[in-house]
Design a binder for this molecule. Structure first.
Ligand SMILES: [Zn+2]
Length: 90
């Protein structure tokens, strides 16, 4: 995330952590089977009837999505933490 590119020292560290980071392969295989949830910013299905969700509003400051269901018209909210938890971290 906030990493700065700073010379060969960090290059070596990056390389070493990559080669020993085998769970990365498992992550790829898991996402190939199908993502377990929509990414942040995309409307997700209704948690009540699994109908199609309609994204009304995104609060970027609080990282909350406000949606309503196009089938049962139930309103629901989804936080970024919830969408991130539903998906394997990249
Ligand atoms: Zn619904």
């Amino acid at each position: 995330m906030g990493k700065k590119w700073s010379g060969s020292g960090s290059t070596m560290r990056l390389f070493r952590s990559r080669s020993s980071d085998s769970p990365e392969v498992v992550d790829l295989r898991t996402s190939a089977e199908g993502p377990s949830g929509p990414p942040w910013g995309s409307p997700s299905n209704c948690p009540y009837c699994h109908g199609r969700g309609y994204l009304d509003h995104v609060d970027l400051f609080d990282e909350i999505m406000y949606l309503h269901c196009t089938a049962c018209e139930e309103k629901f909210v989804l936080t970024r933490a919830q969408t991130d938890a539903a998906r394997p971290s990249a």
